[in-house]
Design a protein around this ligand. Structure first.
Ligand SMILES: C[S@@+](CC[C@H](N)C(=O)[O-])C[C@H]1O[C@@H](n2cnc3c(N)ncnc32)[C@H](O)[C@@H]1O
Ligand SMILES: [Zn+2]
Length: 287
């Protein structure tokens, strides 16, 4: 008999329920009847049909909807992020090398592909937990990548006990450094990916007249204020793509939100055949 995705995900959650803290009262949690995460003050959170848990039931819907996450998944599967992911895998493997097991949290995991790909390269006893405020992303994650833990949760109030996590990934997502340092073990790894100046520059020329955009200011300085042994690595490459993939890329990137159909049409007519990928990876070690 094949186990349902809900049961597969519930089994992993049951084994690791001690890592969680209640988002309402911060007390310890356990999984009851493979269907509810319950705290010692009886706050309870049901597992969904595919076995994710919603620990932020009050969360408003975000701009990230199902279509956007499906587009993101197509782009990730095309190999768009592969060089970046190889670097992340090497860095996390080196960090976990001396330990037999470990727990990795992807804070702002989106539709889960990055974390799932990383876990597929690591030893089996590494536990992966993806959290995101967008339920639509977590729903795709739990359905597509069973065997890991997926939770709708706010990274500004991470639903985990203090000092239990070996590594945190924070890829193109907002950060909360006080929370990240609280949940990481001493010596744990923090890895943040931010777009660098050349990222998608071919599209930026069309969608941004003034070349300015909202980004976390001074991310390296902010990481350095909380972590030690801070390192930055620039990862830059050109990625070839056809018009169909370009259209999907335009759908997936926040860069184009609110853009008129005219601008989207213009970008598609420009015969862009390669796109610049340019990231800065910032790593730090928890004190
Ligand atoms: C650009 S997407 C990146 C997603 C994924 N890491 C990737 O690279 O495909 C940013 C993500 O941050 C999530 N996010 C924004 N604010 C958040 C918060 N306070 N807590 C958890 N996730 C959040 C969004 O829902 C979205 O999935
Ligand atoms: Zn509680």
């Amino acid at each position: 008999m094949t186990l349902s995705k809900k049961i597969i995900n519930a089994q992993v959650m049951e084994k690791n329920a001690h890592l969680f803290s209640c988002p309402i009262c911060s007390s310890g949690m356990e999984l009851r009847d493979k269907s509810q995460l319950v705290c010692s003050n009886h706050h309870s959170f049901d597992l969904s049909r595919h076995g994710y848990v919603n620990l932020a039931p009050q969360a408003h819907t975000t701009k990230y909807d199902k279509a956007l996450f499906e587009a993101r998944k197509t782009i990730i599967e095309s190999g768009f992020f592969n060089d970046l992911l190889n670097y992340i895998t090497e860095t996390v493997s080196a960090q976990l090398a001396s330990r037999k097991e470990g727990v990795i949290v992807d804070a702002g995991c989106g539709e889960g592909s990055h974390l799932a790909m990383l876990l597929s390269q690591l030893a089996e006893d590494v536990t992966g937990i993806g959290i995101d405020l967008a339920k639509e992303g977590i729903a795709v994650s739990a359905r597509e990548y069973p065997g890991h833990i997926w939770a709708v949760a706010d990274l500004a109030k991470c639903p985990f006990q203090d000092g239990e996590i070996d590594a945190i990934l924070n890829i193109l997502s907002p950060a909360n450094y006080a929370e990240f340092t609280r949940i990481l073990k001493p010596g744990g790894l923090f890895l943040k990916v931010v777009p660098a100046s050349g990222y998608l520059k071919e599209l930026r020329h069309v969608f941004y007249d003034d070349e300015k955009e909202q980004q976390e200011t001074e991310p390296v300085a902010r990481v350095a204020a909380f972590f030690e042994t801070v390192k930055t690595t620039r990862i830059t490459y050109d990625f070839p793509l056809d018009n169909e993939l370009l259209a999907t890329l335009i759908r997936m990137t926040p860069l184009t939100w609110g853009a008129s159909d005219d601008k989207i049409e213009k970008a598609l007519r420009m015969n862009i055949s390669t796109i610049t990928i340019d990231f800065e990876v910032i790593t730090g070690i928890n004190k």
